[in-house]
Every structure is written in structure tokens, then in C-alpha cells.
Design a protein. Structure first.
Lengths: 89, 452
């Protein structure tokens, strides 16, 4: 299953490193990364594949949210379908 | 490939503009639960509902987590109870209501709809018993919602039922006087009721529906308003186009969730209801869309035209986004549930008369309107008849959900809590409709009902 990880917050060092590590440990493959800084806000979206994940989607979602709290960032994961439904015909 | 802008736009809609799936409603047929014994029927009802809807709430929550979209309500709609209770020869019809309430609690849903009767042409014995029990049921249960259909374009208006409903609403208000007459918020009187409406309080599972079905109601007034903020000073052509595009996006989300829920629960997908349903949260208001279009307050001259365009554009945008559109599908204008409507009513910009005009061009009717507690039953009946006439003549659904708040007068506020919000008491026309309501009988079906 493909999903989108979104990270929004103040820029700092190690954001990509920490999140990539978390995903790697969970067996989640990163397919694409898109990142920019908009009005001082660091914004990153990652397209990931969770088919070989070693933990449930729910657990992954929780770990990312916890990591977000720790790093003072808004981190979430959502299935890709919701974005496709809204923006693609 | 999705762009960063697409992804952030969706997230912004959810986080800042209150985009949500308003409800996943499971319709369940209870026709097979009829029994001569009310106790036996009640047991069958409880068992069937808790079996069919066992995983409804947990499935809804799982979808919320995976897609990151809030699903505000999970609800159940059942066969109009007067039909199920028709064969009951003994006991108390309220047994059926308590079975519904208990089953809803067990399943963890927010509301259960279908303590209903369809009496547009006449009342059966069971219809009459059910209608007379509504005040007691709504005062003694928590989650049960009730609706009565008193008119259709095909059958005309059952004025005996209209008069009876005036008294039933009055009595419901009295029995729940200690809770700001909350019972009335769970009671809708319809004309041209639809069989697959997922929204409360008027949801029921029609007799033409399958055994079990999933209907989804979307929302998103905040998203439409935010989109229109980008169109300041532009022509109505641009406004209509913008609303259509936004409605398309909102509805696609509803369709996705509906299909996913249907598949996971192994229950057929019924319809997506394309309604713009407000909540009392700031920025989640249909009235604010109207203000954004250009009226100072909802209710100012121009409101009806703006609402007509909004309603039409939502349908045009939404209809291509869903494989089956149904339910009420239109903008809702409940006063107590919409922050902008409350503000407009308090300012005196929005009156019942203007709301009545607005119901000619949108779904659904005079909704969540609080009126003085001393409003006579005959006046309530006359309000229902006026609204039913609009529905019957215009071939659309209309409804009345009105709260004659006991002990309250114009200028007071009642607090209903949660999504039901708070309502300023609005004045009603003080001249009598007593002789009108007392006539009874039926107002014949209009000429244009004869289509064959």
C-alpha cells in the first residue's frame, strides 16, 4: 500500500535523517521525496510503500506522530488514495 | 505524480477548513423483526442491529486513521418502526424504541434514526400509536431519532397528520423542558422524505432499500468558503465554477470513504449525499458562504438567490464525483447548528419568513429553529403545512424541525449541546392559524403529480 508522509514545521537539522531512519526500521520503502521551505516552514512530503512494513499502519502512524511531538513538527501518514481521489480524475 | 501543492491543499482543507466526512450511516432493514409480541420483536431488533452494525464504529475509526480524514458521526438508520410494529398485538410500542436505543448504545453510534411513520395519505393503527408515543420516546431515550412524513407530491398533504404533529412537537418540548426542549431536535416532520438520507434526525431505511446498506454524507462549508475567499469581486460565473470544483473534490473524498467502508463491512454501497452540512464550529458555516458571496448577513436581500446558486453548483460539481448520488443532497440551513445563522438571527437579519423562502431553493427545510414556548400547536401545524406545501408543489423534500422551547421567549438562547449547537428564540407570526389547523382532511395532490 502506498502512503504519503507529510512533515510540516520549523526547519532544523536532521529532520530527513530521523524520519528516514524511523521508516527504515519499520521496513517502509521511500519511493519519492519532495521538500521545500515555504515562509520559514519546512514542508516535506514522502511517497512511501508499506507493503513490506514490519509493523501495522496504525503503529506506524503512531510512531510518526510521536516522533513529530518529540521534534516539534507536524508529521502524519495518510493513504495515497485520498489525494488521488481529490486531485486526479 | 501528486504535487506538493495538491497534498498540502488537502491537508489544509482537513486541518484548517473543517473538511470531514459528516456521517457514515448504515441502513438496516428490520422488516424481518416483526412479531405479535412486542417483547419478542424488541429482542429481534436489538439482535439484528447489534449483529449488522457490530463493526461499524471500529471500521469508521480505522478509515479515519488510515486516510487522515475525520468521520464525525457513525449512525444507523432502520425501517420505519411503524411498519415493523404493525403486527404487534400486545404491549407497548415504546419497547421498540428502547430496543433501538440500547442497540445504538451497544454499537457505539451517535444516533439511530427510524422511529418513523409514513403517513402522507393516511394513518394505520400502528402509525397512530407510534406518533402518539413520540414525546415519551424522545424524552426517555438518548439516541433515538424520529421522523414523520406527512406529505408527498403524489399524495398531497395529510392535514390530520399535520395537526397531530403540531401537538406532538408541543408535548415533546414539554416532556424535555428540563433540557431546553431537546427532544424536538430529534424529531423531523417531512414532505417527500427520501429513503436513503444518511443525515439525522431524518434518516430511516426505506422499504425499497436492500437488507443492509452504507450511505455517506459529506460536508465542507469551510472549504467552499475558503475557495470563495480567492474570488473577491469576481462575477457569479466565477463563483459558481469555483463552488463546482470544490464540491467535486469534497465528494470524491466521500465516494472514496463510502466505497472503502462498504468493502470492509461487506455491505453494499448506497449513495453519497452531497449536502453542505454546517456545524457550530467557527468557519464551518453555510451562512458564512452566503456572506462571502456578498450579503452582510444571511437573511439579507439576495440570500435566496445566493443560496439557490450555491445549492445548484454543489450538485453540479458533486454529481460527477460519485457513482450514486442520493439522500437529501443540498445545502443545509439549520439555525442552531450554524454559527453564521445564529449570528444573523440574533442581529434580526434572519427571520422565519426568510428561512421559509430559502427552503424553496435548498435542502431541506425549517431546521433547528427555536420559537417561544407559548407558540400554539396550531401555529406549529400551520408552519409544517406551509413547508409541506413548498415541498409538494416544488417536487422536493422539505422538513420542519422546530423547538418550541418551554418557558423561553424571544431573545432568550437555548443550549442543545454538541453538534446541535445553540439557538436564539425567533419570533413567529402571532396571528392565529387555529381554524386552519382544525379543518383536517387532505390537501389534494397538485396537478403536476399526474404524470402518467
Amino acid at each position: 500500500m502506498r502512503a504519503i508522509v507529510t512533515v510540516i514545521g520549523h526547519d532544523r537539522t536532521g529532520i530527513i535523517a530521523e524520519i528516514s531512519m524511523l521508516l527504515f526500521k519499520a521496513g517502509v520503502n521511500i519511493l519519492d521525496i519532495n521538500q521545500t521551505v515555504m515562509q520559514e516552514f519546512f514542508t516535506m512530503t514522502m511517497l512511501v510503500d508499506t507493503k513490506d512494513a514490519t509493523i501495522s499502519f496504525e503503529e506506524l502512524s503512531k510512531r510518526l506522530a510521536d516522533k513529530g511531538e518529540e521534534m516539534k513538527l507536524n508529521i502524519r501518514i495518510q493513504r495515497e488514495d485520498i489525494f488521488n481521489a481529490m486531485h486526479r480524475i | 505524480m501528486l504535487t506538493l501543492t495538491d497534498i498540502l491543499q488537502t491537508i489544509e482543507m482537513i486541518d484548517r477548513q473543517h473538511l470531514d466526512i459528516r456521517t457514515i450511516t448504515m441502513g438496516i432493514s428490520l422488516c424481518d423483526c416483526a412479531d405479535e409480541s412486542s417483547k419478542k420483536a424488541a429482542k429481534k431488533i436489538y439482535d439484528k442491529i447489534t449483529r449488522c452494525a457490530e463493526n461499524l464504529v471500529s471500521t469508521g475509526e480505522a478509515i479515519e486513521r488510515e486516510y487522515g480524514i475525520p468521520i464525525v458521526n457513525k449512525r444507523i438508520a432502520v425501517t420505519p418502526m411503524a411498519i415493523v410494529a404493525a403486527s404487534c398485538k400486545d404491549g407497548d410500542i415504546t419497547d421498540y424504541a428502547f430496543a433501538l436505543d440500547n442497540a445504538a448504545k451497544e454499537c457505539g453510534v451517535n444516533f439511530i434514526g427510524g422511529y418513523s411513520a409514513l403517513v402522507h395519505k393516511g394513518m394505520t393503527e400502528a402509525d397512530k400509536r407510534l406518533i402518539e408515543s413520540i414525546p415519551q420516546v424522545l424524552s426517555q431515550t438518548n439516541l433515538v431519532c424520529s421522523s414523520v412524513n406527512v406529505a408527498t407530491t403524489k399524495a398531497g398533504i395529510n392535514m390530520d397528520a399535520v395537526a397531530l404533529m403540531g401537538s406532538v412537537i408541543k408535548k415533546t418540548a414539554e416532556l424535555t423542558a428540563d433540557r431546553d426542549s431537546l427532544g424536538c431536535a430529534k424529531l423531523v416532520v417531512f414532505a417527500n422524505a427520501v429513503e436513503d438520507n444518511p443525515f439525522m434526525a431524518g434518516a430511516f431505511h426505506g422499504v425499497g432499500e436492500p437488507e443492509c446498506v452504507i450511505n455517506v454524507g459529506v460536508s465542507g462549508p469551510g472549504v467552499v468558503k475558503a475557495a470563495l475567499q480567492e474570488c473577491k469581486g469576481k462575477s457569479f460565473d466565477v463563483v459558481a465554477e469555483t463552488i463546482k470544483k470544490t464540491a467535486f473534490r469534497i465528494t470524491r473524498m466521500g465516494q472514496l470513504v463510502a466505497m472503502e467502508a462498504s468493502q470492509r463491512l461487506n455491505v453494499p454501497f448506497g449513495v453519497v449525499d452531497l449536502s453542505l452540512a454546517p456545524t457550530p464550529a467557527r468557519g464551518d458555516s453555510v451562512a458564512e458562504i452566503l456572506e462571502e458571496i456578498g450579503v452582510e448577513y444571511a437573511g439579507a436581500h439576495g440570500t435566496t438567490a445566493a443560496l439557490a446558486m450555491l445549492n445548484d453548483a454543489v450538485k453540479k460539481g458533486g454529481v460527477m464525483a460519485s457513482s450514486h448520488v442520493g439522500g437529501l443532497s443540498g445545502a443545509f440551513i439549520p439555525v442552531s447548528e450554524d454559527e453564521g445563522m445564529i449570528r444573523a438571527a440574533k442581529a434580526g437579519a434572519l427571520t422565519i419568513d426568510k428561512l421559509e423562502a430559502m427552503t424553496c431553493v435548498c435542502s431541506v427545510g425549517l431546521d433547528m429553529i427555536a420559537v417561544p414556548g407559548d407558540t400554539p400547536a396550531s401555529t406549529l401545524a400551520a408552519i409544517i403545512a406551509d413547508e409541506a406545501a413548498i415541498g409538494v408543489i416544488n417536487n422536493k423534500t422539505t422538513a420542519v424541525r422546530i423547538i418550541p422551547a418551554v418557558g423561553k421567549k424571544v431573545g432568550d438562547i437555548i443550549e442543545l449541546g454538541g453538534l446541535l449547537g445553540s439557538a436564539p428564540i425567533m419570533p413567529v407570526n402571532s396571528y392565529s392559524s387555529e381554524r386552519f389547523a382544525a379543518r383536517g382532511g387532505r390537501i389534494p395532490a397538485p396537478m403536476h403529480s399526474l404524470k402518467n
